[in-house]
Design a protein. Structure first.
Ligand code: SAM
Length: 221
């Protein structure tokens, strides 16, 4: 069993209302950069907007097909208010989430107080790239999060999945990105191209375009 349990770090998941870990470990001069706060403003109504998005069902089906009744050890990057946990298919005690917006994470920890690890900050600021490479059954960046991670970040995400694990990316096509996403066109295109390049580089990845705005890459099977 891995380390993400209450036994190994009893304090790690005892979050109360509105007390997600602070996003304070930033490079010099960047502590209140918009990179870290852009989603704060919409966090209180994000779930209401998101609930109606048509691609959510396809994500749930893809994870269900891959893992069935067994919760994966999961890494969710750009986790936001916790959609992946909301699906009920991830076990909070087996899940690590990463997001730079404390506002978004606050909502996540209110809904999922037993989440094993809540890592505030951008994906490129995390240290688990090196230490936990190949350690996750499921690595996800959904709801347009790949647009913020960039191509190198996506490659690193792929490396975090176990051999036979699943990488799940949801990109929005540039013309279909929801306004709240706030990503510019070049970020959206880089996210899409990154997913396509990954598909060509890693054997066993499958690329699915669902409707007009979803790409899923399934690793393993
Ligand atoms: C549209 S939300 C998606 C949230 C969630 N994954 C979902 O599907 O509902 C995008 C999230 O990516 C986060 N984000 C932005 N830049 C990021 C980065 N560099 N690394 C990780 N997450 C980032 C934002 O703070 C935001 O919560």
């Amino acid at each position: 069993m891995h380390e993400l349990t209450s036994q190994t770090n009893p304090q790690s998941h005892q979050y109360g209302r509105k007390i997600a870990p602070a996003t304070h470990i930033f490079p010099e001069g960047q502590s209140f950069d918009t990179d870290f706060t852009a989603f704060d403003a919409i966090s209180s109504y994000y779930d209401d907007v998101l609930a109606t998005h048509p691609t959510r069902k396809a994500i749930i089906q893809a994870v269900g097909r891959r893992f069935g009744a067994f919760a994966p050890r999961a890494l969710d990057v750009g986790a936001g208010t916790g959609f992946m946990l909301d699906t009920g298919m991830l076990a909070p005690a087996l899940t690590t989430v990463v997001d730079p917006s404390r506002g978004m994470l606050n909502h996540l920890v209110v809904k999922h107080p037993k989440t094993a690890r809540v890592l505030p900050g951008r994906w490129d600021q995390q240290t688990l790239h090196g230490t936990e490479r190949g350690g996750f059954d499921l690595v996800s960046a959904v709801g347009g999060a790949p647009a913020f991670v960039g191509y190198e970040g996506l490659r690193e995400l792929r490396e975090m999945a176990k051999s036979g694990g699943m990488l799940l990316l949801e990109n929005f096509l540039p013309d279909d990105a929801p306004a709240y996403l706030g990503a510019d066109r070049s970020q959206l295109i880089e996210g899409l191209n990154g997913a396509r390049v990954l598909k060509n580089e890693f054997r066993g990845l499958e690329l699915v375009i669902e409707g007009r705005s979803l790409i899923i890459i399934n690793g393993g099977n």
